[in-house]
Design a protein around this ligand. Sequence first.
Ligand code: NAP
Length: 296
Amino acid sequence: MKLLDGNYCAQQIRLEIATQVASFKAEGRRAPHLAAVLVGNDGASRNYVGMKVRDCEEIGFNSSLLHLNENIAEADLLAKIDELNADNDIDGFIVQLPLPKKIDEKKVILAINPRKDVDGFCPENVGNLCLGFPAFISATPNGIMELLRRYDITTEGKHCVVLGRSNIVGTPMAILLSRNASPGNATVTLAHSRTVNLKEVCRSADILVVAVGKTEFVTADMVKEGAVVIDVGQTRVSDTSRKSGFRNVGDVDFDNVKDKCSFITYVTGGVGPMTRASLLQNTLKAYRQNQGAHYV
Ligand code: NAP
């Protein structure tokens, strides 16, 4: 079993981007600028946004955090998004999800200018991804593709099972793996809560990507010997032995699954850092476009 080290790959990506940023600055150009909108005080969301801001600082990006009260009216949030859309100094921005229940997430996603949609959630970007046109690709599946690429894992001709069909992870992941590209060219099964014989479906996977949001859902009897297993799941559970009071648990029963796998990710240091690195790559792309480059 080999651990897919997302921390290491993400660090490499950050170094690659930092070198480019240094050269922009040496030419007298401004740095790329990522803005993040955080509504409310959810601990996990604050943590994720904080890490994204720190990543920007590390590689020389400009970053802004717009921290809004959880009682903000939907119309006021949409007005803030319009301001970000119009601000030419901001290349891309994200609205951290989930949003408070009274705000319609769909309306918020539709309000984001697709050319600044570095999360890749807007219909225009998802549609372009499906058609194989240039697009901002959702950071988590894009980060997983990068991880597969950097570890030279062959996807062509393989059977990939993606477990979970969310708009931001499972569905774009299935599209990316099935595209005529490298990595890609896999035969993909997209499984979900209505899938019959889920255990057998998962056990037929050469590559199993799990994004269900249920702790240790995938057990050893669901995994084929020699499979590649990517665990996207990240659920906070209380842990009084830790200073933070919690730990993250994945969707895969790592301890019992790992010895069956050729490659596997661990809940920390796997997909999470690759997601963040991918967001930085998307922001760099938005910056180049904003600076006049054609779609890159
Ligand atoms: P989501 O929107 O909650 O979707 C979960 C999917 O799992 C749904 O398609 C659902 O099927 C399916 N599912 C639920 N129970 C199932 C069952 N018993 N059998 C089969 N399928 C089942 O989740 P998400 O946003 O994709 O997130 C999934 C996990 O990934 C979460 O733990 C999240 O925190 C984590 N995540 C991590 C990162 C990262 O960077 N590491 C990024 C994003 C998300 P139906 O569609 O039929 O309901």
